[in-house]
Design a protein around this ligand. Structure first.
Ligand SMILES: [Zn+2]
Length: 309
């Protein structure tokens, strides 16, 4: 079995049965045995009294700091109920009590994930996605009434029209297109081009579109290249804010690039030797995303497996 990507590998039992029991949830949210992960403006509380870990707090600390946001039930590990809790509304003084000295601090989720174990990075993804979704979906999309949290955060309910609202996950295809000994990599405008990086081509799946169709359309739009066979490789939750990256390899049918000037700063073919040395950070012109990103693993898998074409 392949090792999961960063942000996958969450070990919690999400408690599908338990979270339907409001009384049980209420008791767990006050139990001294439960643990709460504070997020402030979507940054995660970390703790490095020994090695770097998630900064879980207990119910007594939630009460002491007068945190009023509803805790979102993440799941259970070793009999301990785990919740995420949004502390963005705390004033600076109260928030300061969560980070009393240099052993605790709030960290941006990407940097937190790189410092944590795979298991804890998976919990970061779930916590960040949950808190962000609830903050953005407070009102019913059907009738406009204010909704409330149900099943510990797995959904929101409208008290007026009884609609159920479930968290969204946005599918994104990301693809390394190969042609013989070359692979197609692009530099999207914005962050990648400022950093001088190339990466696999990527884009959101449209409504009523298969993964294969999304791959062919995105590659055509961004590079002008026509694609034939598409093969699924692996996937990665990407909590910025709510994507699921669907990693693929594909075969090019054409080679002449006409890249989308508006979206892409550059798209070009790089050969296997370029990719291999760039993956080790030793290429003078080609910089690739690091191992936190699925793109790194898609490029690596293509470069190291010539027979996979
Ligand atoms: Zn409604």
């Amino acid at each position: 079995m392949k090792q999961p990507h960063v942000f996958a590998g969450n070990p919690l039992d999400r408690g599908d049965q338990q979270r339907r029991d409001e009384e049980w949830l209420q008791a767990q949210s006050q139990s001294p045995n439960s643990r709460f992960l504070p997020l402030r403006n979507l940054d995660i509380l970390l703790d490095r009294r020994s090695d770097i870990r998630l900064g879980w707090i207990d119910a007594a600390e939630v009460r002491r700091l007068n945190i009023t946001a509803a805790p979102l039930f993440l799941g259970i590990s070793d009999g301990v109920s785990r919740f995420a809790i949004d502390v963005s509304e705390l004033n600076d003084q109260a928030a300061g009590e969560l980070v009393p000295n240099e052993t605790r601090w709030f960290e941006e989720a990407r940097d937190a994930a790189m410092a944590l174990s795979l298991a804890e990075a998976g919990i970061v993804a779930q916590a960040r996605m949950q808190i962000d979704w609830h903050a953005r979906h407070r009102f019913c999309g059907v009738c406009g009434e204010q909704t409330h949290i149900a099943r510990g955060g797995q959904m929101r309910l409208c008290p007026s029209c009884n609609s159920n609202h479930f968290p969204r996950t946005d599918p994104v295809i990301i693809v390394v297109v190969g042609h013989g000994d070359d692979c197609l990599l692009g530099q999207s405008r914005g962050r990648l081009s400022r950093l001088g990086w190339y990466s696999a081509l990527a884009g959101f799946v449209d409504q009523a579109e298969s993964i294969e169709e999304a791959v062919r359309r995105e590659v055509r739009e961004e590079s002008g290249i026509e694609v034939g066979d598409v093969q699924y490789h692996s996937s990665q939750p990407w909590p910025f804010p709510s994507s699921l990256m669907i990693g693929c390899h594909a075969q090019a049918l054409t080679t002449e690039i006409h890249h989308d000037e508006e979206e892409m700063a550059d798209v070009r073919w790089w050969n296997r030797a370029d990719a291999l040395s760039a993956l080790q950070g030793r290429h003078p012109d080609l910089k690739l995303p690091g191992p936190i990103a699925i793109a790194h693993h898609l490029i690596k898998s293509w470069a190291e497996n010539p027979t996979a074409d």
